[in-house]
Design a protein around this ligand. Sequence first.
Ligand code: GBH
Length: 513
Amino acid sequence: MQTTLITTVLAIFYLGVSAEPEFLYKQFRDPERDVFHYGKFPSDFAWGVATASYQIEGAWNEDGKGPSVWDTFAHTPGKTHLNQTGDVTCNSYHKIEEDVKNLQELGVNHYRFSLSWSRIMPKGTPDVINPAGVKYYHDLIDALLAANIQPMVTLFHWDLPQPLMDIGGWENELMHAIFVAYADFCFQEFGGKVTKWITFNEPTVFTVFGYEIGYHAPGMTHLGWGAYRAGHVVLKAHATAYHLYDKKYRPLQHGIVGITLHSRWYEPKSDSEADREAAKRAITGELGWFAHPVFLTGDYPEVAKKLIADKSRAVGLTSSRFPEFTEEEKLMLKGSADFFGLNHYSTSYIEHKADTSLIPNIMADLDYKATEDDSWDRTGSWWLRPVPWGLRKNLNWIKDTYGDIPVYITENGMSENDGPMRLDDMDRVTYYRAYINEILKAQQIDGVNLKGYIAWTLMDNFEWAEGYNERFGLFHVDFEDPQKPRRPRASAKAFAEIIKNNGFLKPNEKSEL
Ligand code: GBH
C-alpha cells in the first residue's frame, strides 16, 4: 500500500517535470527503475563498436593465412545454419578504407576488433610468421589512428589455429605457453600503437559451446569436464600474458590489459529463498567462474567448487571434475586485469532446480533453471530479450562483488533475422537508447566505474552457428552482392547522436542547439 503511494507520487513528479514520454518499453514502467534519465557521460568516455576476425574478415585462405577451427567447423556439413561459412562474409580483409569510413560516420573514438591468430601465425606457433597477415593489421591500425580512433584489440575471439586443435586445443596444458608466445609477439609487434588489449573473449561461451556441448567449433562434447578443463588452461594463459605485458611492455607502451566476460543478468523468478539463492548461485558460479580468479580471490567461487566436488563424488569419481589451482597459480591470477570487459545482452529469470539427472554441465552443476518472461519483446535470437534494467543490476553486482575495477561494456546489441533489407530498425534504436540509458544510471547514480561502451556490432556478419540468419549490425550488409555493400540503419544514426551528445540531452537542451 505504502509503496504504491510512493510510486504514484514519483510518477506524477516525473510527468510533471517533462512532457516527453519517459519510458521506452511498455512492459517496463516502474517509475523508479525504468524512467528515462537525462545526462552526460564523463568527457573521456570511450565509445566504440566491436567485431571479430572470423565474423567479418573473409579471405579465409588468402595471402598465407592458415586454417582455424572455425574454418574446419563451418566447412563440416551440418554444423552451421544452411552450412554457411565465414569464407567471404563482409570481406573486411579487403575493405579497411570502407570500414574505417563507417566508423567515422558513427563518430566512435574506439574500435574493438580481434586478431586472426592463424593469419599471423599459420601454424599457431611463432616459428612461422605470415608477413601479409601482420601487414593487414598494421594497415588497419594505422588507418584507425589516422582517423583518431583508438584500437582495442582482442587477442582471442574463438578462431584457434587448427594445428593447435590437432594437439587438443584448450584442453591441452601446452596451450598455456603457446598462447603466451602468441601474445608476446602481438604486444611486441603492435603494442607501440595499441594501448588497450583484451586477452580472451567470453571464455564461458567458447569453452561450454566448443568443448562441452559441441555447438561451436571445435565441436567437442566432453560433457561435464571439457569446459572446466579448457577454461582452466585459458585462465592460466590469461594471467601469464597479463604479467608478461605488465613487466616487459607496460613500462614502454603504457597500455592496459583486460579480459572480456559474458554475463546475463539473473533475476530470481520468485521471492522465495530458494529462487533468490539460485539466482545468486547462477551469477556467482557462472560469471564468477572466470571473474573470481581474476578480480577477487585468485580462485574459483567456493559455491561452484563445492557443488561440482559433491556431484563428482556422487557418481563415484575420486576427484572433482572442477580442476584446482596451485597456490602459485592463484597468486598469478589474483588481480591479473586492469579492467573488466563485460559483454551483456539479456536477462533471465532463475529458479531453483536440483539436478538429479547427473548429466553434468554448468547449469545442472549449479542447480538452476533459466526462463524468460512472455511479456518481454523478442529479437532475432531466442536467447536475447530486451530487459534494459538487467544491465544496470549486472553492473552493480560487479561493483559490489569486485569493487571499483574500471569496467568497459565490450559488447551489447540486438539481432533481427535474415529477410528483406530493413534499415528502419526502430526496435534496435529503442534497445540501444534503453540500454545506454541504464549504464548512464549505473555510472551517475550508482557510482559504477564505467569507462566505455562498445556496441555489438559495426555491421551484419557471420553469426557463428547461426550463419547469416541473425543480423546484429548498425550497418546492413548485402551478402548476396559480391561487393558486400554496407548501409547505415536508423540505429547507426541514433547511436551517432548519443555519441555526439556524450549521453542524452534534455528536450529543452536539444532545442537550444
Ligand atoms: C557474443 O556472444 C560474441 O562475442 C559475438 O561474437 C557474437 O556475435 C555476439 O555475442 C552475438 O551473439 O547463455 O543462455 O545466453 C554472445 C553471447 C552467449 C549468446 C551464449 C548465446 C547462449 C545461450 N552468447 N548464449 S545463453
